[in-house]
Each structure stands twice: as structure tokens, then as C-alpha cells.
Design a protein around this ligand. Structure first.
Ligand SMILES: Cc1cc2nc3c(=O)[nH]c(=O)nc-3n(C[C@H](O)[C@H](O)[C@H](O)COP(=O)(O)OP(=O)(O)OC[C@H]3O[C@@H](n4cnc5c(N)ncnc54)[C@H](O)[C@@H]3O)c2cc1C
Length: 828
């Protein structure tokens, strides 16, 4: 057995087998260790469905790769993975569900996943056993279906072995030690004793340059060994198998197999199994399990069936397929299925560790295994994947997550698999948890909160008694009118946004200036000034967007997106550690939770602050002369010391008021009292999101990410090509494959785009939206997105697909609202 390897994969389920296969394919010498037998984790008892349907762009790519890859396995390995390409029919009982499918179809289209629409009559005609009179329609995927998970994993393992991977079973990884250049991994030989799998006395070490953990339900044990937090905790999931259904057996004599049937409103999937049916429900109250680790006694085992829990779904299957009513139960499976709080797996570099990669927390691991192996191997071998993997990055959850949080959120994620995926959905479990001090105050004033990285952040403000849940929609929700009023308040008067969740880092020390100059692509600001800048990946794409404030010659205050604190911290810290020997000492602190932020914006914002500011000459302290745009001043508002930053993400005259968090309520009260005279309105994140699009301000996670360079984001004014910076050569070599632009859209009267829609030039797909919303300045829908570079020119007329129709869209100039920035620069 190899004791020194380039890559060590831990875990021999579907995911580990695929990762090993793809690393070997990319040329890396790889060993895979499995504590028991291959597939003995969750993989063996999976139902094997391969749903292409996914609302996320990255995950859709992953699923799409898997489905295509699995079709090639037999030719490569000679092993038949049992892929039944029967298609997948998602039925809708409501108009809202059809809206959901139409939004999903937009994502599918941008990825290139085929789909068809079906009416109830067409469904009945093709599959007469299905009751259709209460259906609105369905979306059908002809290219997916189901597979045999164990055979598929064995086929990938064979393919991996053929490419030189050593697969060793009955070896458990029991410890990891980083030497500074490689991992020393402690391994224990496992032995069978009385039907149990137990550790023997035989231990040995393997040295690995890179480690990938794919440990499924054992993720909590892995996290403890690595000293990290990982909210990957399983939930019980069951499916039942019926005896043969005579009507089905009869139907199949002259017909092909049914597609996988999904009645999302009834929360189940059904597929054929030897003349009978498999019913897989996503019911309420499925409990989390193994919160503190998998007991030694649990091997390839199952939990007892809990039929009562799935009674509702069982009855609804009988309603949908009446012939199943008299058919008995043959078999049942209740097994652990790993989840994460948002339902996406954790794929990417582990927080704080070098060369340690996670591929954990898979709830659709059979579907995702192929694509995960492919894109993770790209990240490891080439530095980045061709798609932006940020939405799967383990660091999207901070170190604030706990076992209790993971367990309860994962139960919620499980229950929500088939609950309508409204784009304006906010899930309620484990909230409120992270709150700014002003939480109670804004709540009392009608704040309807969203949750960002655990923080409660107002989305919009509504009158007492308003039901945010009922207001959700795939079109303009009940909240839309409030966001319109808030956006208008900022354009015409003054509004205040709680932006406390912003990520904030302090970077200082003798090496700070040289480091940041290398780390980010724009010129560093002078003391007291501000610059917008980007940290790039080694591949030249955007890793983080920073507003950098220079506090002193060697001291910088970095502001970045609130959702990405751990993700930004990790990259910044690792880069600084790497460069300290070259540039000198660099001191970095994540000070996110020490500073509160209120963003005040609108033509009357100077009047508002003028009422509170203490200065020898209050009349001029906020003037352009003393406080120009893109500068920072330490001011005093009443008794609160404020680091005021003259920027506004809304594109109006405005200031971000960074303040000591313990004085937040004092400052809030002062601002609200002073605001009475000037009509101050509290504003939420939704209005802000619309307003920033009118200014073509790119958002991280939408226009900005690891699949596009800042040049492609069309931000040359923030790139200093005269200096050398990290990722510069790769950015230049990449060129401009597609380009970011802003579009005004003549869409439906009751809906705006969400930023997932496909863009067309005539009949040709030419790009996709990455943001969408409503523009109060133009009185129509607005969006930002990426198109072929030759089309990203003002005046180009394109089409946006929304609700299955094509709507006119026109590419605008950059910053269609106030292109000269006159409003922002207004003096006073
Ligand atoms: C009833 C049920 C039905 C399902 N149906 C579907 C479906 O239809 N489609 C779908 O996509 N998904 C389905 N799933 C989910 C799917 O089973 C999982 O997402 C998938 O199997 C996860 O694969 P994995 O490789 O991540 O984990 P696992 O298969 O659990 O593999 C992890 C492996 O790591 C090993 N391991 C752990 N720790 C160590 C260590 N320290 N050293 C060495 N080895 C270690 C374990 O022994 C295990 O073999 C279903 C799940 C359940 C419970």
C-alpha cells in the first residue's frame, strides 16, 4: 500500500469514488480509504433518482455533468450502472407550482438542460394510471431517471482503479496532522467482531499532499478531528416499496416504464420497481440523527419504518395513482441522509486549513457525486472550477454554527425539499439567532427580516399584522409595494438601511500596504480615502469585492459582503500568511461583530446628519470640500463616534455610518428623532437591491464570482493595469468571454426577473441574467447579466425569457440612473 500520495480520499461512498476517479483522470496519484465496504454508508440504500431539477445554477451544472457522465461509465468500465433513462415528470397542482417550474426552466435553460411542458390531458394520454383532473400541468425532463447507486459507485471505483487509484477497504482515518507541507494521516485497520466493525490495534500513517474528506454521515467525527465546524448532520429519510400493482403490470405489457413521477405539492416521488411502486416522501417531522457522531454499532443499517409519519404522503400517492390503493407493502428503507442548513453540500477548501478539501453533507449525493468529483478535481488540480463553486463552499457557514443549529436547520431543509422554492422565501427555523442591537427597534417599526449568514437583516418594512409568508410569490409578492415606497424614499428624500451584517476586517502592520497592493487589483487609496477593489483568484476571476478605507499609512479597514465573512476571512488570512515573509508583518482581525453600520442615503441625507453632527463648523463638516465623495472621516453624531464613509450602494448622496456596536441603539434613536423633520424612512435590502441595479453596481454572488474576471464584469476603472497584482496574468490571458451589462426590461405587468433568466438574441441564447428587480426610476423591470461581449453595448435589443415567454429588453449604458454621478457628488 502507498504510504505517500498526492491525494488521499477518505470515504468510499458515491462521492468519494467519484472524487478519486476524477483526481486520477486529472493525473493525480490518489488513494481512497474506506473504513468498511464501498457503498456501506448512505449510498447503498439510496433510491437512485437523478433529478436534474435544481434552482441553483452551480448545482444544476453539477447534476447535468453527473447525468451525462454516468451514461459513459459502462463503456469505460464494462460495468452496467443500471441507469434507466425514464425521464422525470414533475406535476403541479397549483398555479404557483407552475410558476416555480417556469422559474426553474429559466435556470435549466441557462445551463442547457432540456425540458418539456405537459398539460393534464397530455399526461393522462401518455400515462393513464395517473389521476390528472386536479393538476395544472407538468414539466418533463426526458434525459434523467434513476440509477443503481451501488453499481454506479462500483463502476466509478473500477474506473478509478483503471486510472491507477489504490482503493483500500477496512481502514479508518483516525487523525490528521499538518506538517506545514503535507498531511500525516493516522489510519487504523478495522476488523469484524461479532458482526460489528471495530478498530484493531494495527495503526499506520499515510502522508498526503492533499486530503479530501467524503465521509457522509461521519462528517461530525471528521469535523472534530480537523478542529472545524461543519453543519453536515443527517436526517432520517425513508422510502417504501409496494407489491406489484396489477394495473401497472398490465400497462407495462405494451408500454414503456413510467418516468419518475413527482407530485411536489404532495411532497413525494414515485417510480416503478418490479411491477410495483417506490414511494419516497419528504414529510414533516423527520428527525435529525447522529448529531454527535455515528455509533460504532451502526454499519450498513437502517432505522425502523415510521409509517405514521408518512401517512399523508402515502394517501396522496393513492389519490394520484388510484390503482395503488389495494397493493400491499413489500419493503421499506429508513436511512440517514446527510443535510446542511441550506440543503447544498459542502464542497471546497476547509476553513483555516491548507490542502484539506471537503465533500460533505450530500442529500442528493447520488445525483451530485459525478459533477462534484469533476468540479472539485478542477479546483484542486487547476486552481479553480469552470463554474463558481461559492454557493457550495464550506465557509458560507461561519464558526458560529453549532450542533443544535445544524440539526434543526437540516430538519427544516429536509422538510422543504418539496415546499415551493419562492425566490423571496425566508425560512424560520433557528431564528432569530444573530441580531444587531437595533433588532427590536426595527422590528417594532415593521421590519420583515431576511437571514444572511445567520444575521437578521430587514428585507423591507410593512404595517403591523402583515404576513410575510403569505406575501411570497414567484411574481411581485405582497411586499413589492413597500419596497417601491422605500426605493422612492431614497431617490427623493432620505432612507436608512441597517447594514450591520457587512463583513469587516482590519488589516495593519508594516507589511499591510505591500500585501494589499498585491492582493487587490485597484490602486490603494490615500489616507482618509476609499477605493472599490477586487481580490482575484489565481485564475484571475473575482474572489472578493472590497471597499477599502485607508485609516493610516499602514492601516486599512476592509468592508465586504455580509453573507461571506468566513469565506473572505479565510482567503485573506491564508494569502497574508503566505506573503508575510516577503512583505513583512501583517496583522488581520475580523471585526465584523464589533462594528454596526447604518447606511443613510438620499438627497436629504446631509440635512439629516447635519442635525446631529458635532463640529466646530457643523455647516461645512459634511460639505464636498471637507468630506468629499469616496472619503472617510471620523465624525461625532451626538455622543456616538462614527467612522463615516461617503459611499452609497444605492447611488444617492449618502454615508455609511460605521459605529461601535454597543452604541448602536443610542445612534439609532438619535437618527430616528432627527429624521422626523426630514421624513427619514427605514429601508430594507430588497429596495437597496433594486436601486443598486439602476446604478449598475455589481453584487458579489450575482455578477461577481469565481466564474468571471473583473474585466468580464466590465469594471476596468477599478483595475490598475500599471501594477502587478495577484491573478493579473491569468485575468489577461482569459480575455473577455462574456460581458456584464444592465438591461431595462419590458416584462409582464405582475412580475420582475429574479436574476436567473436566459437572454436571447432572436432565437439564439446569448447569456443570462444574474440579478433582477424593479426600477422606480424607469418604472419597469431591470436586470443585470452576462451576454456575448459584442452584445453588451448600449442600445442592443435582446429578449428575456420569463414565465415561458420572451420579453423585450434593452442594454443600457453603465449606470442608467444618474450616469454622471451628480446626485452622489451633490454639495451642500
Ligand atoms: C432512503 C434514502 C434514499 C435516498 N435516495 C436518493 C436518491 O434517490 N438520489 C440521490 O441523489 N440521493 C439519495 N439519497 C442520498 C444519498 O444516499 C446520499 O446523498 C449519498 O449516498 C451520499 O454519498 P457519500 O459518498 O457522501 O456518503 P456515504 O455513502 O455515506 O459514504 C461515506 C463513506 O465514508 C466512510 N467513512 C466515514 N468516515 C470514515 C473514516 N474516518 N475513514 C474511512 N472511511 C470513512 C463511510 O464508511 C462511508 O462508506 C438517499 C438517502 C436515503 C437515506
Amino acid at each position: 500500500m502507498q504510504t505517500h500520495v498526492k491525494a488521499l480520499v477518505v470515504g468510499g461512498g458515491a462521492v468519494g469514488a467519484s472524487v478519486a476517479y476524477h483526481l486520477a483522470k486529472a493525473g493525480w496519484q490518489t488513494t481512497l480509504l474506506e473504513r468498511d465496504e464501498l457503498t456501506s454508508g448512505s449510498t447503498w440504500h439510496a433510491a437512485g433518482l437523478l433529478p436534474l431539477f435544481n434552482m441553483s445554477y452551480a448545482t444544476s451544472h453539477i447534476h447535468d455533468y453527473s447525468v451525462k457522465f454516468y451514461k459513459t461509465l459502462e463503456e469505460e468500465t464494462g460495468l452496467n450502472a443500471g441507469f434507466a433513462v425514464v425521464g422525470n415528470l414533475r406535476m403541479a397542482q397549483t398555479d404557483a407550482r407552475m410558476d416555480e417550474y417556469m422559474l426553474y426552466a429559466s435556470t435549466a435553460e441557462t445551463v442547457g438542460i432540456p425540458y418539456e411542458w405537459m398539460t393534464p390531458a397530455q399526461i393522462k394520454d401518455r400515462w393513464p394510471l395517473v389521476r390528472t383532473e386536479d393538476l395544472k400541468g407538468a414539466i418533463f425532463h426526458p434525459t434523467d431517471g434513476y440509477i443503481n447507486p451501488a453499481d454506479m459507485t462500483q463502476a466509478m471505483a473500477k474506473g478509478a482503479r483503471q486510472r491507477g487509484v489504490e482503493i483500500v477497504r477496512k481502514v479508518q482515518v483516525d487523525g490528521y496532522r499538518w506538517t506545514g507541507s503535507e498531511w500525516v494521516v493516522t489510519c487504523t485497520k478495522m476488523v469484524e467482531r461479532g458482526g460489528n466493525l471495530v478498530a484493531s490495534d494495527e495503526q499506520f500513517e499515510i502522508t498526503a499532499e492533499h486530503v479530501v474528506t467524503c465521509t457522509g454521515n461521519h462528517a461530525q467525527r471528521t469535523a472534530k478531528m480537523l478542529g472545524i465546524k461543519m453543519p453536515a448532520i443527517p436526517v432520517e429519510h425513508q422510502f417504501i416499496v409496494t407489491e406489484p400493482d396489477a394495473a401497472l403490470v398490465d400497462y407495462r405489457k405494451s408500454n414503456p416504464e413510467h418516468p419518475v413521477l413527482r407530485d411536489a405539492d404532495a411532497k413525494w416521488y414515485v417510480r416503478e420497481e418490479r411491477g410495483g411502486w417506490i414511494l419516497g416522501p419528504y414529510e414533516r417531522n423527520a428527525p435529525a440523527c447522529f448529531e454527535h457522531g455515528v455509533p460504532d454499532t451502526f454499519r450498513a443499517d437502517l432505522f425502523p419504518l415510521d409509517l405514521e409519519r408518512i401517512e399523508e404522503e402515502y394517501m396522496s400517492m393513492i389519490h394520484r395513482i388510484p390503482s395503488s390503493e389495494t397493493v400491499g407493502l413489500k419493503d421499506d428503507y429508513n436511512g440517514p441522509i446527510c443535510y446542511t442548513p441550506d440543503g447544498n453540500p459542502l464542497v471546497g477548501p476547509a476553513p483555516g486549513l491548507r490542502n484539506m478539501w471537503l465533500a460533505e453533507g450530500f442529500s442528493f449525493g447520488i445525483t451530485a457525486a459525478g459533477g462534484t468529483g469533476h468540479y472539485l478535481a478542477q479546483m484542486m488540480v487547476q486552481g479553480e472550477a469552470e463554474i463558481d463553486m461559492a454557493s457550495l463552499d464550506p465557509k458560507r457557514f461561519g464558526s458560529w454554527v453549532t450542533t443544535e443549529y445544524g440539526a434543526r436547520k437540516n430538519e427544516e431543509a429536509y422538510e422543504h425539499v418539496y415546499i415551493l422554492h419562492h425566490p423571496d422565501e425566508e425560512r424560520q427555523a433557528c431564528r432569530p439567532l444573530r441580531t444587531a442591537p437595533c433588532y427590536d427597534r426595527v422590528k417594532a417599526r415593521g421590519a420583515q427580516f431576511g437571514c444572511v449568514n445567520g444575521w437578521e437583516r430587514p428585507n423591507y418594512y410593512a404595517p403591523e399584522g402583515f404576513d410575510d409568508h403569505a406575501a411570497r410569490s414567484f411574481r411581485r409578492g405582497g411586499w413589492w409595494q413597500y419596497a417601491v415606497e422605500e426605493a422612492k424614499a431614497i431617490r427623493e428624500g432620505v432612507g436608512m438601511i441597517d447594514a450591520t451584517a457587512f463583513t469587516k476586517h482590519l488589516v495593519r502592520g508594516p507589511g499591510a500596504t505591500q500585501f494589499l497592493d498585491w492582493f487587490t487589483c485597484n490602486k490603494l487609496p490615500k489616507v482618509g480615502r476609499i477605493n472599490l477593489t477586487y481580490a482575484l483568484t489565481a485564475n484571475g476571476t473575482t474572489r472578493t469585492e472590497y471597499t477599502i478605507v485607508r485609516l493610516a499609512e499602514d492601516e486599512y479597514y476592509l468592508i465586504s459582503a455580509g453573507a461571506w465573512t468566513a469565506y473572505d476571512s479565510d482567503y485573506l488570512l491564508k494569502a497574508a500568511q503566505d506573503k508575510m515573509a516577503e512583505f513583512g508583518w501583517i496583522d488581520i482581525h475580523d471585526i465584523t461583530t464589533q462594528w454596526g453600520v447604518f447606511a443613510v442615503a438620499g438627497p436629504k441625507s446631509r440635512d439629516l446628519l447635519g442635525k446631529l453632527v458635532k463640529d466646530a463648523d457643523p455647516a461645512t463638516v459634511l460639505s464636498n470640500k471637507r468630506f468629499p465623495w469616496l472619503s472617510m472621516r471620523n465624525i461625532e453624531l451626538g455622543m456616538c463616534p462614527v467612522r463615516a464613509v461617503r459611499v452609497a450602494y444605492t447611488g444617492e448622496l449618502g454615508w455609511e455610518l460605521h459605529h461601535p456596536i454597543e452604541m448602536q441603539n443610542y445612534l439609532f434613536d438619535q437618527l430616528m428623532a432627527a429624521g422626523e423633520d426630514v421624513g427619514l424612512k427605514l429601508v430594507g435590502a430588497r429596495a437597496q437591491n433594486w436601486l443598486r441595479q439602476e446604478k449598475s453596481y455589481r453584487a458579489f454572488g450575482n455578477e461577481l464570482g469565481r466564474d468571471a474576471t473583473p474585466m468580464e464584469a466590465d469594471l476596468p476603472r477599478f483595475i490598475d493595469m500599471s501594477k502587478d497584482f495577484h491573478g493579473k496574468a491569468a485575468m489577461e490571458a482569459t480575455g473577455v468571454r462574456s460581458k456584464c451589462c444592465t438591461l431595462l426590461i419590458d416584462g409582464p405587468t405582475d412580475a420582475d426577473p429574479w436574476g436567473r433568466e436566459a437572454l436571447y438574441d432572436g432565437d439564439t441564447k446569448v447569456g443570462r441574467l444574474t440579478s433582477g428587480g424593479y426600477s422606480v426610476a424607469f418604472g419597469k423591470s431591470i436586470g443585470m447579466g452576462y451576454v456575448r461581449p459584442d452584445l453588451a453595448v448600449e442600445g442592443t435589443r435582446l429578449k428575456v425569457r420569463m414565465f415561458n415567454e420572451l420579453w423585450d429588453a434593452t442594454v443600457t449604458c453603465d449606470s442608467p440612473y444618474d450616469p454622471t454621478n451628480a446626485a452622489i457628488r451633490k454639495d451642500g
